[in-house]
Every structure is written in C-alpha cells, then in structure tokens.
Design a protein around this ligand. Structure first.
Ligand code: FE2
Length: 401
C-alpha cells in the first residue's frame, strides 16, 4: 500500500483496539506573531482556504485561531491576544513555527494514557469541549524541543469526516464568509493534498534518543536510515532517520547535525531557534508536481534555486536507476521540470519529484517541501548533495556559514 492510499484508509479498516492507531493528521498548529496576516500569506502564496476562525468575535479572548485548509491538510494558525498566553513566550524565543502535529485517534484519552504509560511527558491532560453539535477530546504529549503531539478524538458534527466536508473543526469556530481569496483559490487550485512527512531537527547526539522515543512512546517503526556519508557536502553534514506510524499515515524523519568543515544547516536552524529542537519542514503532497510548482511560483513562493549543472546529470542518474529496477523512465517533460527548477530522484520502487521553499519567515527555520511520488517512498537521497550545496549558498548569504 502506498502512503497515498494510507491517508484515505477508512477508519473502518483500522484497528480500534490499539489506542495508538492513527486515523489522520488532525491538524498542524503553528504559533505565529500575527495569525490574521499569516493567514493571508498562506492563502495567497500556497492556495489555502481561510476556512474558519475563532477570535474575539466568537468569544475567544486569549488567543485567535485561523483554520486553513487544502485537500486533506489542515493548518491551525494560533496567535496570542495577551502577554501571558503560552504562545507569546514561544514566539519571542523561536519566531513563527510549528507547535503541534495533532493526530486523530479513536479515543484521545486512551491514546494519551498509552503514550504516557510508554514514557511520554505530559503537555496537557485530557479535556473535552462539547456543544449541542458534538464534541472534541484532546490531550497532548511533549516530543522534541518545543513541539508536541495532541491526540484528538471527535464525535457528532465534529467528526473528521464532517470537518473534511467543510464542517466546523470544533466548538467556538465559525466559517469565514465572503473572503475573496477563497474564491480565487477555488478557481486556481495549487493541488496540495496532504502532509507527506514532517521533519524535526534535534541537537547533535540526540537523533537516536528521539528515534527511540517514537518507537517506544508512539510505537512507530524505523522506515529508512541515512548516515552522514549520504548527506554531506565538503562543509556541512547531518544525520537522519525516518520513523513511520504503523499504517504509514505519517512519517517523521529526525535530523541531527553532523561534524563538517562549516556549519551544518541543522545547527544554523537550532541557533535561530534558541538552540531548541523543532520542525524543520513539512512536506506537502501533490499528484502533479509541475502544475503545483507552476501555480505556487506564479503566486510568488520563493523556492530554493539549484545550480543549472544539476540538470546535466539528473536524467542519466534517475533513468538508469529506474531502468535497473524495471520501471518506466520519468514521464514528466524534462524541459519543464528544468524550467520549474524541480528536483528528481529515483530508487528501486520508482521516482519522486520534489522542491523546497526558502524559509517561510525571516528566521532560517521552518520551510515547506512540495513532493509528488511516482512509486518512490524515499526522501530524495540522490538530491542531497546538490541541495546542500544550494542551501550552503543561502547560508552564506545570511552570514551563517
Ligand atoms: Fe522532506
């Protein structure tokens, strides 16, 4: 089964008896300095619908929340309305970024209890919000650095199947009506479907600790393993291991810096993130990389630029690998792939197309990856060298190498 199918697995096919069975990525919560403006940014540049809001007008007096949706992606942008809100300190320390990868489960309380029994540190005890339409129960555990996982279970109108059809994500939210960008985005889709993977940066020497954590606490399994021989240039390096949930609903690669002559991109991230681990990138899946990247470029998304020399060797490299494993060559138009600056990589299962944005905020921290898979379930290992050289150029421009 591919991950594309895994995300659309019906809850009926999942093991209800296992409290850590994940149904979906419920939402990804960002802490941002100004959620109203951030909502415009993600709507304009990435084509998200600014679908729902909970703010002063709905009686939320300590924080404002905007729900952004596209395909099966739900981003919740949270901003503090007072100095003593927990997010205010985090924004001061880390800038805008991902706080929470929330996971839909059958019973949030049971999932939480199991994770805590497995050794998780508590971030928030179980709580239920309900009204006449239904309820949501949530409980949170701490993972690496400033990040947490919230288990969410839902009933009535707030069940995820209803949310996916446009229903409210929870009590206290209201639909946003008459927002012109939403109409434009419906007519001009960017084609982003769901979160393919979510990458964390942790401190040097801590990767294996967090790999063990995902294994023991969330009962994930190791998916792929890269070492610093795979992922290094002359100057900087990292190590990465990929953890996957049982049904491959989500993959969580974990990076740590490795020694190099110059500063690792992971160390650069940490230094601008108060030396605290956090989410480095969210990879958003599309079925049509070329159409999505063309749409995003036309909206002004700032992508990482690769040297032209990349395309001198990529087709030989990729098509040789594909042929060796009995797969068709890359079907996308090679010239258009080059014109759009998209990266290609292949492995024994097929190929993938991917492209990385520059940081989404002024600090060199969180970015997005736009990825399309044609059989390959890996992460673009063959691109690491070219990519890291491009990243180092950016680091140098920022004075951080
Ligand atoms: Fe990635």
């Amino acid at each position: 089964m591919t991950t594309a199918q895994a995300t659309s697995t019906s809850p009926a096919d999942l093991d209800r008896n296992d409290p850590l069975t994940l149904i979906d990525v419920d939402h990804v919560r960002f802490y941002v300095g100004n959620a109203k403006q951030a909502a415009y940014f993600y709507a304009h540049t990435f084509g998200f619908q600014v679908d729902q809001v909970a703010d002063l007008t709905t009686g939320s007096r300590d924080e404002a929340n905007y729900l952004l949706t596209q395909g099966n992606i739900r981003l919740l942008l949270t901003t503090p309305l007072s100095a003593d809100h927990a997010s205010a300190d985090e924004i001061r320390l880390y800038g805008d970024g991902v706080k929470d990868i929330a996971l839909t489960v059958f019973d949030a309380e049971k999932a939480f209890e199991r994770a805590v029994a497995n050794g998780a540190e508590v971030a928030a005890e179980p709580q239920t919000l309900s009204d006449e339409n239904g309820s949501i129960t949530f409980a949170s555990i701490k993972t690496y650095g400033r990040v947490q996982h919230t288990f969410v279970s839902r009933t009535g109108d707030y069940e995820l199947t209803n949310v996916k059809k446009g229903g409210l994500i929870g009590p206290g939210f209201k639909k946003i009506e008459g927002f012109a960008l939403n109409e434009y985005n419906k007519k001009n889709p960017c084609g982003l479907k769901y979160v393919d993977h979510c990458v964390g940066n942790v401190e040097e020497g801590k990767m294996n600790h967090w790999v063990d954590w995902y294994e023991s606490v969330l009962e994930f399994k190791m998916f792929k393993h890269f070492d610093d021989k795979d992922i290094s240039t002359e100057y900087s390096a990292l190590m990465s291991k990929v953890m996957a949930s049982g049904n491959h609903l989500i993959k969580m690669p974990i990076n740590e810096p490795a020694d190099g002559k110059k500063k690792s991109q992971i160390l650069e991230y940490l230094e601008w993130h108060n030396m605290t681990p956090g989410v480095q990138h969210l990879a958003l899946r599309t079925d049509d990389e070329l159409a999505s990247v063309a749409a995003l470029r036309s909206r002004g998304v700032d992508f990482l630029a690769l040297p032209d020399t990349y395309y001198e060797s990529v087709w030989d490299r990729v098509n040789t690998t594909l042929k060796a494993h009995g797969h068709e060559a890359v079907k996308e138009d090679h010239q258009r792939v080059k014109d759009l600056g998209i990266l290609v990589d292949a492995d024994d299962e097929g190929y993938l197309l991917q492209l990385f944005t520059k940081p989404l905020q002024d600090r060199p921290t969180l970015f997005f990856e736009i990825i399309s898979r044609r059989g390959s379930q890996s992460f673009g290992k063959g691109n690491f060298k070219a990519l890291f050289e491009a990243l180092e150029l950016e680091q140098e421009r920022r004075g951080n190498l």
